[in-house]
Design a protein around this ligand. Structure first.
Ligand code: KG4
Ligand code: ZN
Length: 336
């Protein structure tokens, strides 16, 4: 009998569900939360409440679109962590309740691992082992990936995540939250060499993105004293120069990690993997070096439930156990 997996994602501010038949995606839905825009960042309590409102209709929609009755489900995969604890609790409790009612086991999924497994949803799949790069609003990590269960952290940011740096700088420039995509759009029209922002080089395979954020803040303060509308007039050039520096920091460490591990495949995931400059530079670098690079579609770079279902499938297919629904717990911090 083939596995029919319902997947649920609720770690931050997207409530998402998907249905898989084995490793094939049948349907998916994401309900985004606009409520945070006015606050310039995710407000955890508001996120939890919005998840509660969205989760039942989102799950009903994916079942309907896949033509699957709840009684046909064989597993429920859910994001166990890491993430906002209140948000995670909504998804976990929903999964537990439904699992108990239907008497089906649960598959706990690691959100960061799932961002990499997003590359298995469409198109040609990577082959294990590979170098993984996760670039999101909460994480910037390089991982050596032997299987879903065997991932080793090689390096990570010691302060802000790259998405956080994009969003904080975007806020300084007057963009709404999350601002990464706005910087990307304006950067496409600007000169990346117009201004020079610091490229922080940490030891080993670690990153740091707090220095550039502060540098941009002081740069804007100084420039706007001399010309009040500086940020407005030079917006495209500022965005292009900031993005150039941020992407350079990623490209340098990826290059170092590929050499260190001898990897031939680079697999990228997370919201910032949707960035056009990051994609362009890493693809060009890979072509020059003869590596293969895998980047999900934009919808699967951002938080979604298809990646949770794909990870849930690999969790089971590579020997992981499903757990009774009574044993499901949420974890704000979750080891690999
Ligand atoms: O993976 P994700 O949806 O949520 C987390 O798990 O954090 O990532 C969200 C992050 C935000 O910081 C957002 O600004 C950033 O991804 N992002 C982008 C782009 N699209 C989304 N950053 C730069 N360029 C983009 N095109
Ligand atoms: Zn994420």
């Amino acid at each position: 009998m083939s596995r029919i997996i319902l997947a649920i994602e609720s770690s931050c501010d997207e409530t998402a569900a998907a249905i898989f038949r084995e490793d094939r995606l049948l349907s998916e839905r994401v309900a985004s939360q606009q409520v945070h825009e006015a606050y310039g960042g995710v407000v955890p309590e508001l996120a939890s409440r919005a998840h509660q409102q969205h989760i039942v209709p989102v799950v009903a929609q994916v079942c309907k679109e896949a033509g699957i009755k709840r009684t046909q489900l064989t597993h429920i995969a859910f994001t166990q962590g890491p993430g906002l604890i209140g948000s995670l609790l909504v998804g976990t409790c929903f999964a537990k309740g439904l699992g108990m009612a239907l008497n089906v086991p649960l598959v706990p999924v690691h959100h960061i691992k799932a961002h990499l497994l997003a590359n298995f949803i469409e198109g040609p799949r990577p082959q294990f082992p590979f170098l993984g790069l996760v670039v999101s609003g909460g994480h910037t990590q390089l991982l050596w990936v032997e299987s879903y269960h065997r991932m080793e952290l090689l390096g990570q940011t010691l302060d802000d995540a790259i998405g956080e740096a994009f969003d904080k700088i975007a806020k300084m420039l007057g963009f709404s939250y999350p601002g990464g995509k706005h910087i990307d759009a304006h950067a496409g029209k600007g000169d990346p060499k117009a201004f020079s922002f610091p490229i922080t080089r940490m030891s080993g395979l670690n990153f740091s993105f707090s220095g550039i954020k502060t540098a941009v803040l002081y740069f804007l303060r100084k420039a706007s004293k001399e010309q009040a509308d500086f940020a407005k007039v030079r917006l495209d050039d500022i965005c292009a120069s900031v993005q150039y520096a941020l992407v350079t920091m990623i490209e340098e460490k990826v290059s170092q990690a590929m050499a260190q591990t001898g990897a031939r495949q680079l697999v990228i995931g997370g919201g910032v993997a949707a960035n056009s400059e990051l994609k362009r530079r890493l693809r060009a670098h890979a072509e020059q070096q003869g590596w293969k690079v895998f980047i999900p579609s934009v919808a699967h770079c951002q938080d979604n439930a298809a990646m949770i279902g794909m990870a849930g499938y690999y969790h089971l297919a590579q020997g992981g156990a499903a757990i009774p629904s009574t044993e499901a717990v949420s974890m704000a911090r979750m080891p690999l």
